[in-house]
Every structure is written in structure tokens, then in C-alpha cells.
Design a protein around this ligand. Sequence first.
Ligand code: NAP
Length: 249
Amino acid sequence: MEENIKNKVVIITGASSGLGLATALLLAKYGAKVVLAARRRERLEKLAQTIKNQGGEALVMVADVAVRSDVEHIVRETLNAYSRIDVLINNAGIMPQAPLEKLKVEEWDRMIDTNIKGVLYGIAAVLPTMQQQHSGHIINLSSVAGLRVAAGRGTVYSGTKFAVKAISEGLRMEVAKDNIRVTTLYPGAVESELKYGSSDPEASANIQAFYKEYEIPADSVARAIAYAIGEPEEVAINEITLRPTKQEF
Ligand SMILES: NC(=O)c1ccc[n+]([C@@H]2O[C@H](COP(=O)([O-])OP(=O)(O)OC[C@H]3O[C@@H](n4cnc5c(N)ncnc54)[C@H](OP(=O)(O)O)[C@@H]3O)[C@@H](O)[C@H]2O)c1
């Protein structure tokens, strides 16, 4: 596995926390050149320093994935540095959950902009390069809430993650001819900052109680991503669902 990760140029959005951070650390340990993107510069610089101290290679890109030009900037700078892109991990995402009747329309907009448009901007930014290379790998973070509707408080979040599932599957079918791999991940409750995103006190308390009972370490997702990248080029791991063993939903 490690030999198929070593030296790969991997862009990770949402690398400043949670799943993205754990994935960056693991892939860098396996010798990938990781490009760390998110909005919080200090967090990214601290992570890049940790990776460098461990003998790895990392670039920091401050970017908002909801802004198309920011995402294009990440890709341009990555190409300037390495002249290729092997993997894009569309991981940045938010989960400000609340019942629909609370009408948190601005949070719906932010979820759509980050979780759906951010993924599409990432795909748009790397696709020409990967088609030209005739190789590449796009990894999208959906959720178990992208397989079943998290009704009650997570309907819009589920909507965005169902969209990621549809976009990933359509992308996979379209780019198979270009030798580009597509992987979609459907994680259950994983330890990160995601659970603090709700502005609705009741929903927030319920989510945090749920995570407290079930969450598994972010490293579990990092290992699944490393597995998908580490397979030989002719093998595409298209979908991975992973949950805490005791989580039913
Ligand atoms: N944790 C779970 O239980 C779970 C389960 C299923 C799926 N997921 C998915 O996994 C992904 C990662 O989430 P996480 O659990 O690791 O949450 P997290 O700890 O809150 O991390 C989210 C990351 O996304 C970044 N981000 C948010 N909005 C952004 C924007 N507009 N532009 C750029 N970066 C942005 C954040 O960095 P900045 O704030 O610095 O920008 C942060 O690095 C998400 O797509 C989430 O939906 C998580």
C-alpha cells in the first residue's frame, strides 16, 4: 500500500481539523506530498510544521472552498510546485443541523455552498489536469446521512450528502474512460469539530450526546482513505461506508 501512496501529490480540503487533519498526517507519513487547504491559516501552518518535523512534505493553502477562485488558486499553486495532481480529497464540510421548521435558511445556504458547490469547484479545478495526465483520483466525503435521510434535524445536511453521492457516481461513470479513480466515503459518527456546528441548542445537545456515545477516532477515516489510494492504479475503490460498530443509523 505505502509504495502506491509515496510521492503522490494529494490536495486535502478541510485539512485544518478532524478527518482532513488525520488523513494529512497519515498520508504524509506514507510519503505523500500533501497540500493542506482550509480557511484557518494558523492551524494549517502548525500541521505543516508537524509533518515537516516528521520528515514529510506539506504546502499550506488558505482557501474557502465556497469561492471558486480560491479553489482554482489551490490547484494552480499545486501545479506550480509539483507539475501534477494525483489525488484531490474533497473533505471540507459543515453540519449546522436543525429542524427545517426552524427556518435556518442562511445555514442551508452555507451547507449547500460548502458541501455541494465546494465539491463541484474542486472537481472542476482538477479535472482538466487529471484528464491530461490520464490518471488521478478524486475522493469525496459524503456521510451515512447521504445514504439515509437524517430526518428531524439533519434534512438539509442529508440533502447535501445525497448530492455528493450522486455527483460522485456520475463523475465515476464519466471519467472511467480517462483512467481517473473516484471514491466516495460514507462515515458514521467520527470524532472531529463537526458536531459543534449547530446553532440550534436542542439539536446541538442531541448531536453532542450522540457523538459522545458513539464516535470513533478520525484516524479510522484516514486509514480508509489510505487504503483507497494505496490500491494499484487499475483498482478503484468506489465506495466505503464505515461506522462505529454500535451505531445503527
Ligand atoms: N465527523 C463525522 O462524524 C463525519 C461523518 C460523516 C461525514 N463527515 C464529513 O467529513 C468531512 C470533514 O468533516 P470533519 O468531521 O473532519 O469536521 P471538522 O472537524 O469540522 O472539519 C471540517 C474542515 O472543513 C473546513 N472547512 C469548513 N468550511 C470550509 C470552507 N468554506 N472552505 C474551506 N474549508 C472549510 C474546516 O476548516 P476551516 O474552518 O479552517 O476552514 C475544517 O478543516 C465533512 O465533509 C463532513 O461532512 C464527517
